[in-house]
Structure formats: C-alpha cells, structure tokens
Design a binder for this molecule. Sequence first.
Ligand SMILES: NC(=O)c1ccc[n+]([C@@H]2O[C@H](COP(=O)([O-])OP(=O)(O)OC[C@H]3O[C@@H](n4cnc5c(N)ncnc54)[C@H](O)[C@@H]3O)[C@@H](O)[C@H]2O)c1
Length: 434
Amino acid sequence: MNLAVVGTGYVGLVSAACFAELGHTVIGVDIDEEKVKKLKNGECIIYELGLEELLKRNIDAGRLSFTTDLKEALPKSDVVFSAVATPPNEDFSADLKAVFIVAKTVAENADKNLVFVNKSTVPVGTGKKCEDQIAQVLKERGMDIQIPVISNPEFLREGSAVRDTLQPDRIVVGINNSTWAKEMIDELYQPLTRVGKPLLHMNRESAEIVKYASNAFLANKISFINMLSELCEKTGANVRSIATGMGLDERIGPRFLHAGVGYGGSCFPKDVKALIALSKEIGIPLPLVNATHEINNHQRTRFFKKILDSLPEKATVALWGLSFKPRTDDMRESPSSDAIELFEKNGHKVKAFDPVAAENAKKLHANVEYSDSALDAVNNADVVVLLTEWDVFRGIDFTEVKNAMKGNILFDGRNVYEPEEVKDAGLKYVGIGI
Ligand SMILES: NC(=O)c1ccc[n+]([C@@H]2O[C@H](COP(=O)([O-])OP(=O)(O)OC[C@H]3O[C@@H](n4cnc5c(N)ncnc54)[C@H](O)[C@@H]3O)[C@@H](O)[C@H]2O)c1
C-alpha cells in the first residue's frame, strides 16, 4: 500500500520506517527542510533504538523516501497519516493548528479518494472538525471525491518506539461510516494482525478518548504513588515497600508505581493538561485528572526545594541525566529543564552529564557546563542530583563520587540507589518517600 506520513518526529519517523519495514511504500513529509535533507541521506534525526538501521534498510530498498512537499506526495498515496505535534497552549488546550493545516493541504490538493488518518493525539471531536473542513474545501473545489477521516492514536513509548510499533499491545482504529476506509486500514495493518496483534475498531470519538484515557490513567498511577511518598516521609514509612506491597496484588501490578520527581516528557503532561482543558470546555468534571496534574507539580517543586534549601551561596549542582526518561534524547517537559532554570535563577552553577540528550539540552540551556562523564560532572560539586535513571548511573562508585565532590549530598530523584550503600561512602542520601 502507498502511504504518506506527515510529520517526521518521534511518532511520524518511527511509523514511516516501520510501515516501510512491513512492506508498504512510504513517503515521509516534513516542513523542516533541515530534517528532510538529513533523512534523505539516511541520517537518523532522533535517538531511538533500532531506528537508524530500519531507515537505512528501507531507503535502500526503495520503500521509504522523504519530501518537504505534501502536494508532491498526495498523488502517490492511498492513505495519509498526520503525525504532527499537538503541543499544549497556555490555557492547557491542545494546539491543533498543524493538524488542521495538514487536513486543509490534503483537501486543497487531492484529486482522488484517499483516507486521512489522525495519528496525532487530538481531543475528542477533532476528527469531525477535520472531516467538515475537508468536505468544505472539496465542495469549494467542486471535487467529487471522498476523504474519510480516521482516528488511529499512537501508543508507542520513546525509548522502545520501534519495538512498540512492530509489536503493539493493540491498534485502535476509530471510523465513522466508511466501509472502504475500514477495509483499507485492515489491509494496512494486516502484517501485524496476521501475527495476532489485536486491532480494535470503535467509533472515532471513542478512539480519540482512548489515547487520553490511557495516558491520564498511567500519569494518575504515578501521581498516586508520589502522593503517598510525602505521607511516607512524614510517618517513617518507605514508599518502596509500599509500592512492592501494592504492586504484588495482581489487580494493581507493579508498573508505574515508582515514586520519583514526577512524570515529564511530551505526552503525559500535555495530555493531562488537554483533558483538563476539555473538561472546562464541555463542563464535565474530571477531578482525578486535575489532581494528577497538581500532585505532579507539587512533587517536583517539593523535591527541588529540598535541594535548593541544602545549597550554600553560589553552589555547583551536578545533574545526572537530562532527558525526561532514559533511552531517549527528548528534552520536552523534562524535570532537568525546570531544575536548571531554578538553580540558575538562584545564582547557582549547573554541571550536567547525559549519555545522549546533551546536544538537545545545549539548545535550551546554554549556561550549563556539559560534562563527558558522570564522574566529571560531580567534580567540585556541592550536591549531585539524579534526575534520569540511565543505566550508566546505576554502576556508580560512590566513594569516587564522594572524593571528587566538594559537598556530600546525593539527591536521588528516581529512587534507584540503596541509601545504605550511598551512606557507606560518606555521602548523605536524600531519596523520595524514604
Ligand atoms: N512522542 C511520543 O512519545 C508520542 C507517543 C504517542 C503519541 N504522540 C503524539 O503524536 C504526535 C506527534 O508527536 P511527536 O512527539 O512525534 O512530535 P514531534 O514534535 O517530534 O514531531 C512533529 C513533526 O511534525 C513536523 N510538522 C509540523 N507541522 C507540519 C506540517 N504542517 N507539515 C509537515 N510536518 C509538520 C515538525 O517539523 C516535526 O518534525 C503528537 O500529537 C503526540 O502527542 C507522541
């Protein structure tokens, strides 16, 4: 099948490469000329396990190409995916400008039936708005063609995006009233359904909500354990024991019950905010979603305040980890960004090490001193703060850390270290909920 994937970011690029790997012919489209230039040369523009070889193999096989011009891709495409970003506006609502631009461009230039698939995370009702917009433009052009709009939300996780796309837990497809579009999508995903991956059909509104519901539920689980972490600190309990005690209950499960500095990234904060905005817009209360957001902010603020309170004047803070989670270079809504801004605003110096995300961090935080190793970052530091649990930070020799530092406190924002082990090296340990 011939596809266009518009937006070659974390979702679009992985989707394009994986669809090509599954045998489809794919054109990746992006307005960013620099990105497209690099992609045409087979250069991988994001850090994602296994993506580079997938790109190279499929470009070489002639199944994957890139362009900046959607108009050029349309005559060669049966299905157009929109995978553009939907970042939060100031009022928390999702910014849908890019989605509507793509829908309009398709409507203004298509001259045959095709299926428009929304892969971006969009609030319920957006598919209908796109379909209405497309119908209006086609009417104005006097074009008697059909462009049904389908919701096919993406569930991949950065860090394991290729595996998640090729081996998804489920594929959700929301279609209202188009049998031929349903047949096209079934055929498109046949390489995955053939090996038993579940494809769920539902109406478009349900598909749009499933994505937000999934992310808000996971974010809520994180906020729940983070809420308890403060109770543990006050009462002498240990949140790790609480999480283990809860997580062994099969009805609860251990995942997303790890207390820490709070969730970040381009999805959980944005999708929780968009649900809050939607709740206000349509007047349906979603109090758990509001609480999830508030707890996350509170958790970050109270952890950073502990660090700030421990610092002497003009201190040096060593940060371990910059990306919002391990195995990605994505800095969007990363706790490290908030930390850097706060420490610099208070007159402190930040030294940081991240195995992958430093290049992206440099574009945001020019005054940080970027180190080549975890040990280099702690040299002469007053405190060290673990913010991203990259594997490289797990095998740290705390005695070497203590000897290199000026101060003696390790703040463990991800609760990965054994307090005793850190203390044995002569460092003070501050975790979360411990
Ligand atoms: N990143 C994730 O882990 C993830 C997971 C699931 C769902 N999503 C959702 O997928 C969507 C995309 O997220 P992302 O992280 O890939 O975003 P991204 O910012 O990494 O990529 C978006 C890309 O779209 C391009 N673009 C913007 N406007 C365009 C236009 N008019 N025409 C062509 N290209 C255009 C940008 O240049 C950029 O390369 C969002 O709605 C997000 O919520 C993201």
